[in-house]
Design a protein around this ligand. Structure first.
Ligand code: FO1
Length: 292
């Protein structure tokens, strides 16, 4: 049974990991690249890397991004040179960005490079960046427009969000539309809808979404505040369901079912460890099968 998963960073990677353990090569993860940036002259794709490292079992579980056991000697040296030190690129993580930057410079596509890298790391599931051409998520704030990572990491998501927009031509990378067409189920990971899923240029109609909101709070990141600032509503899975529209089903935390007008699976959706990831993935797949 083939499955396509739309995913952003940390929450997306955790569900992807659970699904990957069950589905192996039958899973395609379509990953947001709106968070990408150029830093120290290198092409960085944080969400692609978070998914790739997590599926390879190499990710830092506590942080959710970067590699486990990472060191930051290069960052320290860059600081001594007076270079930007607000984005924490680890020493081994740098290898990924060096390989990607060189391959892009040699004319290869981001989707090809990602495929080569995930295979080198022993990842059986396919990881597809949403687009090959650069896309940049821009956060409009009262202090001006900020590229996503500058808003999230450099400014610690402090400036109020007036609007989210995307720069660059959002053409799906080769394989993205085919993977969705071939999939028995399209699943939306518990990622931020505004900055992780909306940038992905595919229809979410007929998808099954896993809520990134639990008991009024975001599982991770600034989503709860963004819902208030962008929509003027209290954060809830119902707001997420309404945002996507035309879902086939929604997976929420027990007790969070109110106001959702599509079939709901209410279970425990916070993924604290690998067992949680595998159990939630199994439940989501069973729910999806039951809806077909
Ligand atoms: N997140 C942070 O909060 N601070 C960082 O310094 C940081 C560095 C970083 C480096 C590589 C990478 O792949 C991810 C990194 N992230 C960092 C995570 C990233 O900013 C976000 O979690 C995602 O873009 C949101 O999905």
């Amino acid at each position: 049974m083939k499955v396509a998963l739309l995913a952003g960073g940390v929450g997306g990677a955790r569900l992807a990991h659970g699904l990957s353990r069950i589905l192996g090569s039958d899973l395609t993860v379509i990953v947001n690249t709106g968070d990408d940036l150029e830093h120290w002259g290198l092409a960085i794709s944080p969400d692609v890397d978070t998914v790739m490292y997590t599926l390879a079992g190499l990710g830092d579980a506590a942080r959710g991004w970067g590699l486990a056991g990472e060191t930051f000697g290069a960052l320290e040296q860059m600081r001594r040179y007076g270079e930007a030190d607000w984005f924490n690129l680890g020493d081994r993580d740098l290898a990924t960005h060096l390989v990607r930057t060189k391959a892009l410079r040699d004319g290869h596509k981001l989707s090809e490079i990602t495929d080569r890298m995930r295979k080198a790391l022993g990842v059986r599931s396919r990881i597809l960046p949403m687009c090959d051409e650069p896309v940049r998520t821009i956060i409009d704030t009262p202090e001006g427009s900020l590229p996503f990572q500058e808003w999230l990491v450099r400014r610690r998501a402090a400036p109020r969000v007036n609007a989210v927009r995307f720069e660059g031509s959002r053409v799906p990378a080769p394989g993205v539309l085919e993977a969705i067409a071939e999939a028995a189920h399209l699943i939306i990971a518990p990622s931020n809808p505004y900055v992780s899923i909306d940038p992905i240029p595919v229809s979410t109609a007929g998808a099954i979404a896993v809520s990134p909101i639990v008991k009024g709070e975001a599982v991770k990141g600034p989503l709860a505040r963004m819902i208030v600032e962008l929509r003027g509503e209290a954060p809830s899975p119902a707001v997420i369901a309404k945002h996507y529209g035309k879902l086939r089903g929604m997976v929420v935390e027990r007790g969070d079912e109110a106001g959702i007008d599509v079939p709901v699976l209410a279970t425990s959706i916070v993924m604290k460890d690998e067992e949680d990831r595998a159990r939630l993935a199994r439940e989501v797949l069973d729910f999806a099968r039951g809806l077909s």
